[in-house]
Design a protein around this ligand. Structure first.
Ligand code: OOG
Ligand code: NI
Length: 468
């Protein structure tokens, strides 16, 4: 069989993402309502703002907007995480970034599986925030052992999914028929099961230790716990949610509203209370409930450089320090005011963000550049080429996550008022050992995309090279 007959991983990812969205819509109808609301508001945002429309067309984001989403899952063992890495690799999804949630009181550490090249991201930007439970953070040794024993007994992958992962690894790809079967089989891992694998008593013990531990340990597999569409106007969706019977959390996570959006702003609706069946040791079924699955929306903005990110982290921390208590329903308006005031210090135009090297950009040759004699611009710097109208730039969209926001999303859904942080030291090395590979540094990826766009400009203008 020749390579040409393999379905491209980008195509498998696009189909899988769409199949997962269909499954989640059937499982959580409110997600369907949210999708519709987001699509309507995106449509109006584009109609209302020719500038936004032009920007989205220039970057190509307009074509990926309606299929853009991320999901989140939580696994219990190193073996589960390592096999997930192989499963996502079939779809061209590689672990990017390390997120330590323990300091925020969530006993997990995480990565995001996603495509890494701008061409692949353009075909399908689907990402999955994937967390590994840190059992060592369970304080009671007996419960810790019991949780580990329960997890050791489960298998979260179908035999056919494993066989197709191996087929992909040995043959170098999947045929049309195999890819279709892979999507069906892989989806099984993320399906919701309303039957718990433990008794109501064990569930309660796990739940008392931390709600998240019950969510990971007491079920057959890592059910997808939310799928998040991308909105162009998160404030408009947040305001419109209650009229659609969707109750959002009080505060939007991330930066304040800005003319030039940066990083990521997110809000979610509370997890649903769902009926589950527990099995007691004598085989009796006991009915109960579990809250795990919720809905979330996000607005994505410019990817920041290390310098920009430091400024963001500092201003966010300053806003939290000034508020003194965690943001909630009662102080939401005050928090918004404080946050906006702090972020006055973050330039809100792309020209300043570029000259101060706060964000990453993608450079495009303009129409004008196609008609000039190369010799006439040989001596121009990048800034001069921009001023003379030969090159345009657009911010690179942030493709990743924010640990403080992620913790806020976890917390609002866990309703966890107890433990506010874990002290056990966490380590990217341990995570990578369990994952079976190193995670990619996201800043490196943005740097490379920026660099490739400069190289393309140099080529269009017939220049030997072009640098920042
Ligand atoms: C993941 C929470 C993090 C985000 O968008 O930051 C997340 C989870 O609840 O499992 O999805
Ligand atoms: Ni999320």
């Amino acid at each position: 069989m020749t390579r040409q007959q393999f379905v491209h991983p980008d195509e498998i990812r696009a189909r899988f993402s769409s199949a997962m969205s269909d499954m989640y819509q059937a499982e959580v109808p409110l997600y369907g309502a949210l999708l519709q609301l987001v699509a309507e508001i995106n449509y109006h945002s584009i109609e209302k703002s020719p500038e936004l429309a032009r920007h989205l067309r220039q970057t190509g984001e307009i074509d990926r907007l309606n299929m853009e989403r991320h999901g989140a899952i939580r696994v219990g063992t190193a073996a589960e995480l390592a096999t997930l890495r192989r499963l996502f690799a079939v779809m061209g999804m590689i672990p990017v970034g390390y997120y330590d949630l323990a300091p925020a009181g969530v006993p997990v550490h995480s990565t995001a599986f996603r495509a890494i090249h701008e061409t692949s991201l353009q075909i399908c930007p689907f990402r999955v925030f994937t967390s590994l439970l840190r059992l060592e953070l369970i304080a009671q040794p007996e419960l810790r052992k019991q949780a580990a024993d329960i997890l050791a007994k489960r298998n979260i992958f179908t035999p056919q999914a494993i066989a197709l992962i191996v087929q992909h690894e040995t043959a170098g790809g999947l045929t049309e028929h195999e890819a279709a079967e892979f999507i069906t089989q892989a989806l099984e891992t993320f399906r919701w099961h309303n039957q718990a694998t433990v008794s109501a008593e064990v569930y309660q013990q796990l739940h008392d230790s931390h709600r998240l531990i019950a969510d990971v340990v007491a079920f057959k597999g890592p059910h997808i716990n939310h799928l998040t569409p991308r909105t162009l106007d998160i404030d408009a969706v947040q305001t419109a949610m209650p009229a659609h019977n969707i109750t959002p959390k009080a505060v939007i996570e991330g930066p304040p509203p800005r003319h030039c959006p940066i990083l990521l702003r997110q809000t979610s609706f509370k997890a649903l209370e769902e009926k589950v069946a527990f099995v007691s040791t004598d085989g009796q079924i006991v009915h109960g409930h579990h809250t795990a699955r919720f809905g979330e929306i996000e607005q994505r903005g410019a990817a920041l450089t290390a310098k920009g990110r430091n400024l963001y982290d500092r201003l966010l921390q300053a806003a939290q320090d000034e508020l003194q208590v965690p943001a909630n329903e009662n102080n939401a308006a005050q928090y918004r005011a404080i946050l906006s005031k702090q972020f006055d210090q973050f330039p809100d135009n792309f020209s300043a963000m570029r000259s101060e090297k706060l964000a990453f950009f993608r450079y495009f040759p303009t129409e004008k550049s196609l008609n000039i004699a190369a010799a006439s611009v040989q001596e121009f710097t990048l800034d001069e080429l921009i001023s003379a109208g030969f090159i345009q730039y657009e911010p690179l969209v942030y493709e990743d996550f924010l640990p403080v926001s992620a913790a806020g999303i976890f917390q609002s859904n866990l309703g966890d008022k107890g433990q506010s942080h874990f002290t056990g030291h966490s380590s990217q090395q341990d995570f990578q050992r369990d994952l079976g590979t190193e995670v990619i540094d996201e800043l490196q990826l943005y740097e490379e995309t920026q660099q490739r766009s400069l190289a393309a400009c140099a080529q269009a203008l017939k220049l030997a090279s072009l640098s920042l």
